[in-house]
Design a protein around this ligand. Sequence first.
Ligand code: AMP
Ligand code: FE
Ligand code: FE
Ligand code: ZN
Length: 277
Amino acid sequence: MLADLHIHTTFSDGVYTPEQIIAQARASGITALAITDHDNIQAYDRASRTIHSRHLDLQLIRGVEIDTDYKGRDVHVLGYHFDPENRALLQAMTWTRTGRIARIRKIIEKVNGLGYPLTFAEVRQEANGSKSLGRPHIARVLVKKGLFSHTQAVFDALIASGRPAYCRQVKLLPQEAVALLHGAGGLAVLAHPAEIGNPELAEELLDTVPFDGLEVWHPSVLQEHPHHDWLQTARDHGLLTSGGSDLHGNPGRFPRHLGEFPVSYQDVAGIVSGKRP
Ligand code: AMP
Ligand code: FE
Ligand code: FE
Ligand code: ZN
């Protein structure tokens, strides 16, 4: 049995709708899944409706991915099984989504300054109703205009961290995101620790912030040099283990389709069940 606890949809910066995600889960033998859009939880209801109306044997777990900043690095916090009506959590997500809009406008100005034509209206149209604007939306517009061959090339040239059009975003601290998730009765998981790019810093976070789990299985681990044993790290800290594909559907980065990065159900069963370690 397979699971995937890290998936993006059109409600943030993913390419596929919740309905398309459900269809892909069925086709790939996934039995438990969580949609973890950036700062948005609205895809759950659409996916849940699809599962129920078709009487599908799929376990859908409520999820979200919250961007935070720790000592100048991007630290992503995954949340599961929280109360979707929790006021503090909803307010925090509204705040970060508003911050995203301001940041995207700043990035567009920088992209323009570098000589590439791009408007906020174009990015908004590409996001097609997404409530959570992100850099992949910018990348896709520039690809569609024929200015770059694929979205990864846009990141590498312009908008990845450290590139000339990059702008930081106002963000919560990891401990704030974890406290919000716990306050809403949820579990908090440190996402893709390999992407933090500094295993010591990840360890420091796990020592000081009350995470419940660690995302041990993620495509970024396959590209990590030198390889770090995140499963051992999870065990050392008494954490639940989690995993997922981080599917967005953008060519060139991570899997294109659900099931291409298989995660065993057993390995993430603790998160699926929703019990604190
Ligand atoms: P944002 O939410 O605007 O900070 O954008 C973050 C998203 O951009 C991630 O979830 C990925 O989908 C994508 N992304 C981040 N860094 C890169 C990178 N170096 N190359 C390609 N895509 C990236
Ligand atoms: Fe993303
Ligand atoms: Fe992430
Ligand atoms: Zn993600």
